[in-house]
Design a protein around this ligand. Structure first.
Ligand code: S3P
Ligand code: PEP
Length: 418
């Protein structure tokens, strides 16, 4: 298989959600360019709209006029977060600081995901929560005047950290969040860019009280988690080079690229620069002889969403690839440990579940069969890449679920393979 050309991956999903939230909470007009127009980001736009924000339809270049930290209104309908954990958890932080109650709902997958992780710290700040059985959605957040908090997160989670930071911002109180390993830090960077005083070190973030957020234009960089699928495609090829321009290379997001370099893939970075507080660059990826690797627990936050792709790639690597410390995968859009390993085994690969990860033994056997995605976009794309390899015959049961994060995925995949 030969890869060729250039794939411009869509805007970063984490930054897109946050760009909408910060614009809606800002003072005046913020211009947003290259936002990811996908189902998850549309969920955040819809929730903000239901809270009275001035939120136009998403497009490649548009303006959101914010009405400040006190500008939201009591919602007249449920806040529908669709499939998006980031929407539900970050907006819970915003709503915890509002003088009204909000009811959060989501699709079948999101309704199985744990919300106690945000309810606990936000309750410690003074908000109260009604959660459904098993700390799930539907969830009612009773907002109030919040108090400052110092919260120790047992597991690293950018969604929990960001919920607490957003609650602190909206309430104008100090917050400290500690976590074992630093999770993605886009919220901290976007706050600092708006003049907030945020102090960070390896395992803690301190936000001093803010009085308001100035409006700020955002140009959303390419999503490294979407780029990962094409980096993997190039890694699996036998010849060619694939170029991926303007990818966000924030160090809290680049774990997959480091893991692939260890596995023998050549990844060159060109035109590296800082844009809007984020490192951005062009990746040029060429195939290599793949060898296995081990992912240590401390690496997991930097490649959490890329682990389904890594598991698929490991079927073609010499040796045993082992991932530990990734039990969080069990509470994503699907149980990604059970779903990835179950599908790999059904296709004929050699893989086993671990309680907190998986083992894949590469043997380069041809993989054939139908993949059950459980509606999980990352599974559809990971197996889509594996299915592009000559000799493999893989059918994905729900190809349309990629709309959550990467609507043009299948077209881009077709265009990159010769
Ligand atoms: O904050 C974010 O934008 C995200 C954080 C991660 O989740 P956790 O915070 O649950 O680890 C990640 O898996 C998700 O896709 C997006
Ligand atoms: C886990 C993901 O997103 P979220 O938690 O926002 O649903 C993801 O995109 O892989």
């Amino acid at each position: 298989m030969k890869v060729t050309g250039s794939v411009r991956v869509p805007g970063d999903k984490s930054i897109s959600h946050r760009a909408l939230m910060f614009a809606a909470l800002g003072d005046g007009p913020s211009r947003i360019t290259r936002i990811l127009d996908s189902a998850d980001v549309r969920s955040t736009a819809g929730v903000l709209r239901a809270l009275g924000a001035d939120m136009p339809e998403l497009s490649a270049d548009f303006v959101v006029t914010g009405h400040g930290l006190r500008g939201l209104r009591a919602p007249v309908r449920d806040l529908d977060c669709g499939n998006s954990g980031t929407t539900a958890r970050l907006m819970a932080g915003v709503c915890a600081a509002q003088p009204f109650a909000s009811r959060f709902v989501g699709d079948e997958s999101l309704s199985k995901r744990p919300m106690g992780r945000v309810a606990r710290p936000l309750s410690a700040m003074g908000a109260s929560f009604e959660l459904s059985t098993g700390e799930r959605l539907p969830m009612v957040v009773h907002g109030t005047e919040l108090e400052k908090v110092e919260w120790h997160n047992e597991k690293s989670s950018a969604q929990v950290k960001s919920a607490i930071l957003l609650a602190g911002v909206c309430a104008g109180v100090e917050v400290v969040v500690r976590e074992p390993t630093r999770s993605r830090d886009h919220t901290e960077r976007m706050l600092a860019a708006r003049g907030a005083e945020v102090w960070v070190n390896d395992d803690a973030v301190l936000l001093w009280p803010v009085q308001g957020l100035p409006a700020l234009d955002v140009a959303v960089p390419g999503d490294p988690s979407s780029a990962a699928f094409f980096v993997a495609l190039a890694a699996l090829a036998t010849e060619g080079t694939l170029t991926l321009p303007d990818v966000c290379l924030n160090p809290t997001r680049t774990g997959f690229f480091f893991a692939l370099a260890r596995m023998g893939v050549r990844i060159d970075v060109d035109d590296e620069r800082t844009e809007g507080g984020e490192t951005v660059g062009t990746l040029a990826v060429s195939p290599g002889e793949l060898r296995s690797t081990e992912i240590a627990p401390a690496e997991v936050p930097s490649l959490i969403d890329e682990l389904p792709m890594l598991a698929c790639l490991a079927t073609r690597a010499e040796g045993e690839t082992v991932v530990r410390g990734a039990e969080e995968l069990r509470v994503k859009e699907s149980d990604r440990i059970a779903a990835v390993v179950g599908n790999l085994r059904a296709l004929g690969a050699d893989a086993d579940e671990l309680p907190d990860g998986f083992v894949v033994r590469g043997n380069r056997a041809s993989l054939k069969g139908r993949v059950t995605t459980h509606g999980d976009h990352r599974l559809a794309m990971a197996f889509g890449v594996l299915g592009a390899l000559p000799g493999n015959e893989i059918e994905v049961d729900d190809p349309a679920c990629v709309d959550v994060s990467f609507p043009t995925f299948w077209r881009d995949l077709d265009g990159a393979v010769r």
